[in-house]
Design a protein around this ligand. Structure first.
Ligand code: GDD
Ligand code: MN
Length: 381
Protein backbone atom coordinates (compact mmCIF):
# COMPACT_ATOMS: atom_id res chain seq x y z
CA UNK A 1 0.00 0.00 0.00
CA UNK A 2 1.12 3.56 0.74
CA UNK A 3 3.61 5.17 2.98
CA UNK A 4 4.53 8.73 3.65
CA UNK A 5 8.11 9.60 2.92
CA UNK A 6 10.05 9.77 6.16
CA UNK A 7 11.12 13.27 7.01
CA UNK A 8 9.12 16.11 8.47
CA UNK A 9 6.08 15.31 10.58
CA UNK A 10 3.47 14.34 7.99
CA UNK A 11 0.37 16.45 7.54
CA UNK A 12 -2.35 14.34 9.17
CA UNK A 13 -5.13 16.05 7.22
CA UNK A 14 -3.79 14.56 4.01
CA UNK A 15 -4.28 11.03 5.30
CA UNK A 16 -7.38 11.55 7.39
CA UNK A 17 -9.64 10.48 4.54
CA UNK A 18 -7.91 7.12 4.16
CA UNK A 19 -9.38 5.30 7.16
CA UNK A 20 -12.86 6.65 7.65
CA UNK A 21 -14.63 3.47 8.81
CA UNK A 22 -16.16 3.51 12.28
CA UNK A 23 -14.58 1.01 14.66
CA UNK A 24 -11.33 1.22 12.74
CA UNK A 25 -8.03 1.26 14.57
CA UNK A 26 -4.86 3.29 14.24
CA UNK A 27 -1.92 1.36 15.63
CA UNK A 28 0.69 3.79 16.98
CA UNK A 29 4.19 2.34 17.28
CA UNK A 30 7.08 4.36 18.75
CA UNK A 31 10.43 3.30 17.32
CA UNK A 32 13.99 3.96 18.35
CA UNK A 33 16.49 1.94 16.30
CA UNK A 34 14.21 -1.04 15.67
CA UNK A 35 15.09 -1.92 12.07
CA UNK A 36 15.36 -5.64 12.91
CA UNK A 37 11.77 -5.83 14.14
CA UNK A 38 9.81 -3.92 11.53
CA UNK A 39 9.20 -6.66 8.92
CA UNK A 40 8.09 -9.20 11.47
CA UNK A 41 5.86 -6.68 13.25
CA UNK A 42 4.09 -5.60 10.05
CA UNK A 43 3.81 -9.23 8.98
CA UNK A 44 2.12 -10.23 12.23
CA UNK A 45 -0.18 -7.22 12.18
CA UNK A 46 -1.14 -8.14 8.61
CA UNK A 47 -1.95 -11.69 9.76
CA UNK A 48 -4.20 -10.74 12.63
CA UNK A 49 -5.69 -7.27 12.26
CA UNK A 50 -7.04 -6.22 8.82
CA UNK A 51 -9.15 -9.39 8.52
CA UNK A 52 -11.08 -8.34 11.60
CA UNK A 53 -10.79 -4.54 11.76
CA UNK A 54 -9.93 -1.82 9.26
CA UNK A 55 -6.55 -0.49 10.36
CA UNK A 56 -3.64 1.81 9.68
CA UNK A 57 -0.23 1.90 11.32
CA UNK A 58 1.57 5.08 12.36
CA UNK A 59 5.21 4.77 13.33
CA UNK A 60 6.71 7.65 15.25
CA UNK A 61 10.41 7.35 14.89
CA UNK A 62 13.33 8.90 16.75
CA UNK A 63 15.95 6.54 15.33
CA UNK A 64 19.48 7.28 14.30
CA UNK A 65 19.64 4.10 12.20
CA UNK A 66 17.79 3.17 9.00
CA UNK A 67 14.50 2.26 10.70
CA UNK A 68 12.43 4.80 8.68
CA UNK A 69 13.76 3.46 5.37
CA UNK A 70 13.12 -0.12 6.48
CA UNK A 71 9.54 0.85 7.37
CA UNK A 72 8.96 2.54 4.02
CA UNK A 73 10.18 -0.51 2.16
CA UNK A 74 8.22 -3.00 4.26
CA UNK A 75 5.10 -0.86 3.99
CA UNK A 76 4.86 -1.58 0.26
CA UNK A 77 3.71 -5.14 1.01
CA UNK A 78 1.08 -4.09 3.56
CA UNK A 79 -2.65 -4.18 2.81
CA UNK A 80 -3.22 -1.10 5.00
CA UNK A 81 -1.82 2.44 5.17
CA UNK A 82 1.51 2.80 6.92
CA UNK A 83 2.96 6.17 7.91
CA UNK A 84 6.34 7.09 9.34
CA UNK A 85 6.66 10.32 11.23
CA UNK A 86 10.33 10.87 11.79
CA UNK A 87 11.13 13.40 14.50
CA UNK A 88 14.28 15.45 14.35
CA UNK A 89 13.71 16.56 17.94
CA UNK A 90 12.67 13.65 20.13
CA UNK A 91 10.78 15.75 22.71
CA UNK A 92 9.28 13.69 25.55
CA UNK A 93 10.99 10.48 24.43
CA UNK A 94 8.74 7.44 23.97
CA UNK A 95 5.68 9.19 25.44
CA UNK A 96 6.17 12.29 23.31
CA UNK A 97 6.39 10.09 20.23
CA UNK A 98 3.15 8.30 21.12
CA UNK A 99 1.27 11.59 21.60
CA UNK A 100 2.55 12.76 18.21
CA UNK A 101 1.21 9.55 16.67
CA UNK A 102 -2.14 9.96 18.44
CA UNK A 103 -2.53 13.43 16.98
CA UNK A 104 -2.03 11.98 13.52
CA UNK A 105 -4.44 9.07 14.08
CA UNK A 106 -7.51 8.97 11.85
CA UNK A 107 -9.51 6.16 13.51
CA UNK A 108 -11.96 6.03 16.40
CA UNK A 109 -9.64 3.70 18.26
CA UNK A 110 -5.92 4.02 18.88
CA UNK A 111 -3.81 1.06 19.95
CA UNK A 112 -0.34 1.82 21.28
CA UNK A 113 2.23 -0.96 21.11
CA UNK A 114 5.98 -1.52 21.08
CA UNK A 115 7.83 -2.44 17.89
CA UNK A 116 9.85 -5.30 19.40
CA UNK A 117 6.98 -7.86 19.46
CA UNK A 118 6.88 -8.01 23.24
CA UNK A 119 3.25 -7.01 22.69
CA UNK A 120 1.47 -9.67 20.60
CA UNK A 121 -0.25 -8.06 17.56
CA UNK A 122 -2.85 -10.85 17.66
CA UNK A 123 -4.37 -9.11 20.69
CA UNK A 124 -5.07 -5.82 18.89
CA UNK A 125 -8.59 -6.76 17.66
CA UNK A 126 -9.58 -8.04 21.11
CA UNK A 127 -8.49 -4.79 22.78
CA UNK A 128 -10.71 -2.78 20.44
CA UNK A 129 -13.72 -5.10 20.45
CA UNK A 130 -13.60 -5.27 24.24
CA UNK A 131 -13.76 -1.48 24.31
CA UNK A 132 -16.66 -1.42 21.85
CA UNK A 133 -18.54 -4.12 23.74
CA UNK A 134 -18.11 -2.61 27.22
CA UNK A 135 -18.25 1.05 26.22
CA UNK A 136 -14.89 1.62 27.89
CA UNK A 137 -12.72 4.53 26.80
CA UNK A 138 -9.50 2.73 27.70
CA UNK A 139 -8.61 -0.96 27.45
CA UNK A 140 -5.31 -1.93 29.07
CA UNK A 141 -3.42 -5.08 28.14
CA UNK A 142 -2.33 -6.26 31.59
CA UNK A 143 0.34 -8.66 32.75
CA UNK A 144 -1.07 -8.75 36.24
CA UNK A 145 -4.56 -10.19 35.87
CA UNK A 146 -5.60 -13.83 35.52
CA UNK A 147 -4.28 -15.14 32.21
CA UNK A 148 -1.54 -12.53 31.90
CA UNK A 149 2.14 -12.85 32.75
CA UNK A 150 5.45 -11.15 32.36
CA UNK A 151 7.34 -14.03 30.76
CA UNK A 152 9.47 -11.60 28.74
CA UNK A 153 10.60 -9.51 31.67
CA UNK A 154 14.06 -10.99 32.03
CA UNK A 155 15.80 -11.28 35.38
CA UNK A 156 14.85 -10.97 39.05
CA UNK A 157 16.21 -7.43 39.14
CA UNK A 158 13.89 -6.13 36.43
CA UNK A 159 10.93 -7.95 37.95
CA UNK A 160 11.63 -6.40 41.36
CA UNK A 161 12.02 -2.92 39.88
CA UNK A 162 8.82 -3.34 37.87
CA UNK A 163 6.90 -4.53 40.94
CA UNK A 164 8.20 -1.72 43.14
CA UNK A 165 7.43 0.90 40.51
CA UNK A 166 3.91 -0.47 39.99
CA UNK A 167 3.26 -0.49 43.74
CA UNK A 168 4.60 3.05 44.22
CA UNK A 169 2.61 4.37 41.28
CA UNK A 170 -0.62 2.73 42.38
CA UNK A 171 -0.21 4.15 45.90
CA UNK A 172 0.39 7.65 44.56
CA UNK A 173 -2.74 7.61 42.36
CA UNK A 174 -5.23 5.31 44.07
CA UNK A 175 -8.26 6.93 42.46
CA UNK A 176 -7.00 7.63 38.96
CA UNK A 177 -5.56 4.11 38.64
CA UNK A 178 -8.53 2.34 40.15
CA UNK A 179 -9.24 -0.71 37.99
CA UNK A 180 -5.82 -0.62 36.31
CA UNK A 181 -3.65 -3.46 37.58
CA UNK A 182 -0.82 -2.67 35.15
CA UNK A 183 -0.37 1.11 34.87
CA UNK A 184 3.16 0.54 33.48
CA UNK A 185 1.90 -1.38 30.47
CA UNK A 186 2.91 0.06 27.11
CA UNK A 187 0.12 -1.86 25.34
CA UNK A 188 -3.43 -0.49 25.36
CA UNK A 189 -6.36 0.73 23.29
CA UNK A 190 -7.88 4.16 23.82
CA UNK A 191 -10.74 5.96 22.09
CA UNK A 192 -9.46 8.90 20.13
CA UNK A 193 -12.21 11.01 21.71
CA UNK A 194 -10.79 10.21 25.19
CA UNK A 195 -7.33 11.60 24.37
CA UNK A 196 -7.01 15.20 25.55
CA UNK A 197 -3.74 15.92 23.78
CA UNK A 198 -3.66 19.57 24.94
CA UNK A 199 -3.23 18.69 28.63
CA UNK A 200 -0.65 15.94 28.17
CA UNK A 201 2.97 16.48 29.18
CA UNK A 202 4.54 13.15 28.25
CA UNK A 203 7.95 12.41 29.72
CA UNK A 204 9.53 9.10 28.84
CA UNK A 205 8.15 5.58 28.90
CA UNK A 206 4.95 5.67 30.92
CA UNK A 207 2.48 7.11 28.46
CA UNK A 208 -0.41 5.01 29.78
CA UNK A 209 0.09 6.51 33.23
CA UNK A 210 0.13 9.99 31.71
CA UNK A 211 -3.16 9.32 29.90
CA UNK A 212 -4.84 7.70 32.91
CA UNK A 213 -3.94 10.60 35.20
CA UNK A 214 -4.32 13.59 32.89
CA UNK A 215 -6.87 12.53 30.26
CA UNK A 216 -8.93 10.48 32.73
CA UNK A 217 -10.88 8.26 30.34
CA UNK A 218 -14.23 7.46 31.92
CA UNK A 219 -14.52 3.68 31.84
CA UNK A 220 -11.42 1.50 32.03
CA UNK A 221 -11.22 -2.22 31.46
CA UNK A 222 -8.39 -4.75 31.12
CA UNK A 223 -7.50 -7.72 28.96
CA UNK A 224 -4.76 -10.15 30.07
CA UNK A 225 -1.66 -10.62 27.94
CA UNK A 226 1.64 -12.45 28.09
CA UNK A 227 4.59 -10.08 27.80
CA UNK A 228 6.81 -11.81 25.23
CA UNK A 229 10.56 -11.89 24.66
CA UNK A 230 12.02 -9.23 22.45
CA UNK A 231 12.22 -10.39 18.81
CA UNK A 232 15.42 -8.56 17.75
CA UNK A 233 17.69 -5.86 19.14
CA UNK A 234 17.92 -4.61 22.69
CA UNK A 235 15.77 -2.71 25.18
CA UNK A 236 16.19 1.06 24.95
CA UNK A 237 15.43 1.56 28.63
CA UNK A 238 18.33 2.92 30.70
CA UNK A 239 19.05 4.11 34.25
CA UNK A 240 18.53 7.61 32.91
CA UNK A 241 15.05 6.54 31.85
CA UNK A 242 14.45 5.41 35.44
CA UNK A 243 15.26 8.91 36.73
CA UNK A 244 12.99 10.38 34.10
CA UNK A 245 10.22 8.14 35.37
CA UNK A 246 10.68 9.51 38.91
CA UNK A 247 10.46 13.06 37.58
CA UNK A 248 7.37 12.08 35.61
CA UNK A 249 5.76 10.72 38.80
CA UNK A 250 6.56 13.90 40.74
CA UNK A 251 5.25 16.06 37.90
CA UNK A 252 1.98 14.14 37.73
CA UNK A 253 1.53 14.11 41.48
CA UNK A 254 2.26 17.83 42.00
CA UNK A 255 0.02 19.24 39.30
CA UNK A 256 -2.09 21.07 41.92
CA UNK A 257 -0.70 23.87 44.15
CA UNK A 258 -1.71 22.04 47.33
CA UNK A 259 0.11 18.88 46.25
CA UNK A 260 3.09 21.04 45.32
CA UNK A 261 3.10 22.59 48.78
CA UNK A 262 3.07 19.15 50.39
CA UNK A 263 6.01 18.08 48.23
CA UNK A 264 7.79 21.34 49.09
CA UNK A 265 7.28 20.55 52.79
CA UNK A 266 8.55 16.99 52.42
CA UNK A 267 11.66 18.21 50.62
CA UNK A 268 12.11 20.84 53.32
CA UNK A 269 11.84 18.20 56.05
CA UNK A 270 14.45 16.06 54.30
CA UNK A 271 16.84 19.03 54.65
CA UNK A 272 17.18 18.24 58.34
CA UNK A 273 19.50 15.37 57.44
CA UNK A 274 22.31 17.39 55.78
CA UNK A 275 21.66 20.20 58.27
CA UNK A 276 22.30 17.98 61.31
CA UNK A 277 25.16 16.13 59.60
CA UNK A 278 26.80 19.48 58.82
CA UNK A 279 26.31 20.69 62.37
CA UNK A 280 27.92 17.55 63.72
CA UNK A 281 30.89 17.77 61.34
CA UNK A 282 31.52 21.49 61.94
CA UNK A 283 31.35 21.26 65.74
CA UNK A 284 33.56 18.15 65.61
CA UNK A 285 36.06 20.28 63.68
CA UNK A 286 36.06 22.64 66.65
CA UNK A 287 33.80 25.41 65.36
CA UNK A 288 31.66 27.25 67.91
CA UNK A 289 28.11 25.97 67.72
CA UNK A 290 26.50 29.30 66.73
CA UNK A 291 28.43 29.93 63.48
CA UNK A 292 28.18 26.15 62.94
CA UNK A 293 24.37 26.42 63.12
CA UNK A 294 24.34 29.14 60.50
CA UNK A 295 26.69 27.30 58.14
CA UNK A 296 24.94 23.97 58.59
CA UNK A 297 21.64 25.63 57.86
CA UNK A 298 23.04 26.72 54.48
CA UNK A 299 23.81 23.08 53.77
CA UNK A 300 20.17 22.21 54.35
CA UNK A 301 19.17 25.12 52.11
CA UNK A 302 21.48 23.91 49.34
CA UNK A 303 20.09 20.40 49.60
CA UNK A 304 16.53 21.70 49.38
CA UNK A 305 17.43 23.90 46.45
CA UNK A 306 18.88 20.99 44.49
CA UNK A 307 15.85 18.75 45.07
CA UNK A 308 13.42 21.51 44.27
CA UNK A 309 15.29 22.46 41.10
CA UNK A 310 15.46 18.94 39.77
CA UNK A 311 12.24 17.39 40.99
CA UNK A 312 9.60 20.00 41.72
CA UNK A 313 10.23 22.98 39.46
CA UNK A 314 12.30 21.37 36.75
CA UNK A 315 10.02 22.63 34.00
CA UNK A 316 9.94 26.14 35.45
CA UNK A 317 13.62 26.92 35.50
CA UNK A 318 13.93 28.73 32.20
CA UNK A 319 13.02 32.22 33.45
CA UNK A 320 16.11 33.06 35.46
CA UNK A 321 19.78 32.21 35.59
CA UNK A 322 20.44 29.42 38.09
CA UNK A 323 22.63 31.66 40.25
CA UNK A 324 19.77 34.14 40.47
CA UNK A 325 17.38 31.36 41.50
CA UNK A 326 19.83 30.04 44.10
CA UNK A 327 20.30 33.50 45.58
CA UNK A 328 16.58 34.19 45.81
CA UNK A 329 15.93 30.76 47.25
CA UNK A 330 18.59 31.17 49.94
CA UNK A 331 17.29 34.63 50.77
CA UNK A 332 13.76 33.31 51.30
CA UNK A 333 15.01 30.38 53.38
CA UNK A 334 17.06 32.63 55.66
CA UNK A 335 14.32 35.25 55.87
CA UNK A 336 12.12 32.45 57.19
CA UNK A 337 14.54 31.94 60.09
CA UNK A 338 15.03 35.62 60.77
CA UNK A 339 11.31 36.41 60.65
CA UNK A 340 10.12 33.57 62.82
CA UNK A 341 11.35 34.82 66.18
CA UNK A 342 9.96 38.38 65.87
CA UNK A 343 6.68 36.89 64.63
CA UNK A 344 6.47 34.67 67.71
CA UNK A 345 7.26 37.67 69.92
CA UNK A 346 4.53 39.63 68.19
CA UNK A 347 1.96 36.86 68.61
CA UNK A 348 2.79 36.31 72.27
CA UNK A 349 3.15 40.01 73.07
CA UNK A 350 0.10 41.51 71.35
CA UNK A 351 -2.48 38.72 71.26
CA UNK A 352 -1.45 37.06 74.50
CA UNK A 353 -1.03 33.66 72.78
CA UNK A 354 0.99 31.13 74.69
CA UNK A 355 4.40 30.20 73.36
CA UNK A 356 3.71 26.75 71.86
CA UNK A 357 0.69 27.61 69.70
CA UNK A 358 2.39 30.88 68.73
CA UNK A 359 5.47 28.97 67.58
CA UNK A 360 3.35 26.46 65.65
CA UNK A 361 1.42 29.28 63.99
CA UNK A 362 4.64 31.11 63.14
CA UNK A 363 6.15 27.94 61.65
CA UNK A 364 3.13 27.32 59.45
CA UNK A 365 2.93 30.98 58.42
CA UNK A 366 6.58 31.28 57.45
CA UNK A 367 6.39 27.92 55.67
CA UNK A 368 3.43 29.00 53.55
CA UNK A 369 5.07 32.37 52.87
CA UNK A 370 8.25 30.63 51.83
CA UNK A 371 6.33 28.31 49.49
CA UNK A 372 4.32 31.14 47.96
CA UNK A 373 7.47 33.23 47.67
CA UNK A 374 9.36 30.41 45.99
CA UNK A 375 6.54 29.89 43.49
CA UNK A 376 6.19 33.58 42.70
CA UNK A 377 9.71 34.97 43.04
CA UNK A 378 12.04 32.10 42.18
CA UNK A 379 10.13 29.95 39.67
CA UNK A 380 7.61 31.75 37.53
CA UNK A 381 4.87 29.44 36.25
N1 GDD B 1 10.05 7.13 19.16
C1 GDD B 1 10.66 6.64 20.22
N2 GDD B 1 11.45 7.46 20.99
N3 GDD B 1 10.50 5.34 20.54
C2 GDD B 1 11.15 4.87 21.60
C3 GDD B 1 11.97 5.65 22.44
C4 GDD B 1 12.12 7.03 22.10
O1 GDD B 1 12.83 7.80 22.75
N4 GDD B 1 12.47 4.86 23.44
C5 GDD B 1 11.95 3.63 23.20
N5 GDD B 1 11.18 3.61 22.10
C6 GDD B 1 10.43 2.49 21.52
C7 GDD B 1 11.25 1.27 21.23
O2 GDD B 1 11.84 1.32 19.97
C8 GDD B 1 10.18 0.17 21.32
O3 GDD B 1 9.45 0.05 20.14
C9 GDD B 1 9.28 0.68 22.43
O4 GDD B 1 9.46 2.09 22.47
C10 GDD B 1 9.59 0.06 23.79
O5 GDD B 1 10.95 0.23 24.08
P1 GDD B 1 11.81 -0.92 24.82
O6 GDD B 1 13.18 -0.37 25.02
O7 GDD B 1 11.65 -2.21 24.13
O8 GDD B 1 11.06 -0.92 26.21
P2 GDD B 1 11.04 -2.06 27.31
O9 GDD B 1 10.77 -3.40 26.70
O10 GDD B 1 12.20 -1.91 28.18
O11 GDD B 1 9.73 -1.58 28.13
C11 GDD B 1 8.45 -1.90 27.62
O12 GDD B 1 7.81 -2.69 28.56
C12 GDD B 1 7.60 -2.07 29.82
C13 GDD B 1 6.95 -3.06 30.73
O13 GDD B 1 7.90 -3.83 31.33
C14 GDD B 1 7.64 -0.61 27.41
O14 GDD B 1 6.40 -0.95 26.79
C15 GDD B 1 7.33 0.10 28.70
O15 GDD B 1 6.44 1.18 28.46
C16 GDD B 1 6.72 -0.88 29.64
O16 GDD B 1 6.53 -0.27 30.91
MN1 MN C 1 10.77 -3.96 24.72
Amino acid sequence: HESTVPGELGDPTVRAAEVPEPGAVTIVVPTFNESGNIRELLHRITESVPGRLPCEVVFVDDSADDTPEVISRAAQDCPFPVTVLHREEPAGGLGGAVVEGMKAAASDWIVVMDADLQHPPSLVPELVTTGERTGAGLVVASRYIEGGSRAGLAGGYRIAVSRGATWLTKSLFPRRLHGISDPMSGFFAIRRSAVTAEVLQPLGYKILLELAVRSRPREVTEVPFVFQDRFAGESKSTAREGLRFLRHLVGLRTASPVARMVAFGLIGASGFVPNLAGLWALTALGLHYLPAEILANQLGVAWNFLLIEHLLFRERRRHRHWGDRAGRFALLANADLVLRIPLIALLVGTSGMSVLPATALALVTTFVLRFVGTEALVYLP
